[in-house]
Design a protein around this ligand. Sequence first.
Ligand code: UDP
Length: 374
Amino acid sequence: MENVKNLIVGMGFSGVTLANKIATELGQEVVIIDSKNHIGGNCYDYWDKNGICVHQYGTHIFHTNLKNVWDYVSTFTQWYPYMHEVKGQIDGQLVPIPFNLNSIHQVFPKSIADVLETKLIAKFGFNVKVPILELRKAGDKDLEFLADYVYEKIFLHYTLKQWGMKPEDLDPAVTGRVPVYISRDNRYFQDIYQGIPLNGYTAVIEKMLDNPLIKVKLNTKWSDIKGKVKYDRLFFTGPIDEFFEYELGELPYRSLKFDFLTYDKPYFQTNSVVNYPNNYNWTRIGEYKYFLDNKSEKTVVSYEYPINFEQGKNDRYYPIVKQENQDLYNRYLEKAKALKNVYFLGRLGDYKYYDMDKAIARALDLFEEVKKNG
Ligand code: UDP
């Protein structure tokens, strides 16, 4: 039986970060596998025939306050200094999301907008983020009017489409990712570091894997090699419930379906992402040329449809963050702790709604732990 020093399952940022650190810093051999036919997991992008860098699994914007993560990724790429803005199609207008003071002035008559602005600043302060579920408890009739409006127009129907659940039935952190922002800042993220890798994400991952000690095996499922390979250490970034053969039950996930279209015109919409909380069955449309300012007479967009995850039919995209699922995950985690030299990480291994930077941070931390323990 083949013996592998370090076996890594999954070639998204989590697995690839570990592979890179183990090979370059410990000088050890790594075998890294992925069931997909390409590297990069759901961060995979490619250059299409029009010279547009398309994100195959939907729009990915790198943003972080973690200097160590930014510095680490910056050793593999230069950045296009892109700052993400999202507009929502609300009552026939394209308004800034997160809903902010500019959005208020766009959708309400001046007399109402002025009152709301004054009250918001008096109650919460300026430059403050207020999750919608908090704003609903404001205890003032004007602010409650605003909260009801934002809840109904921005969150309720989008969240029903995205998760098949109401905002209050999910962990508050989920809708808290996009709070109401008492500010004139139209950006989606306020992180110190934000950008798109100048040559795309796949090029970053390629560089991270570019080490003679790293052996890459695509089109290879964990179940293909399980029991056939011996390893000193296993880093598993796949679904933790699958690893344990679902013996405690299945962890639920949400999936996405994308319809990609190429339009024969230079631009389709005003910016990279437009959300449609209240219209159509899709949640948002992404237009890819905006990320790296690619110039072309054509433009590529994706219509994004949330769907249930079904084993063998589609991919896992999002863990569904709510208490009962966390409880099930915790029970799997107990089993995981009993295993020697098997580590779980990533969105699926940790069952956490990680952004790319947090997935990388987790892998870097785990590497330090492993290094310390020899
Ligand atoms: N959300 C919403 N309306 C919006 C944008 C976001 O209701 O216009 C809610 C929705 O529940 C969504 C969550 O906020 O799943 C987090 O949004 P984010 O844009 O962070 O989701 P991601 O880009 O990770 O899919």
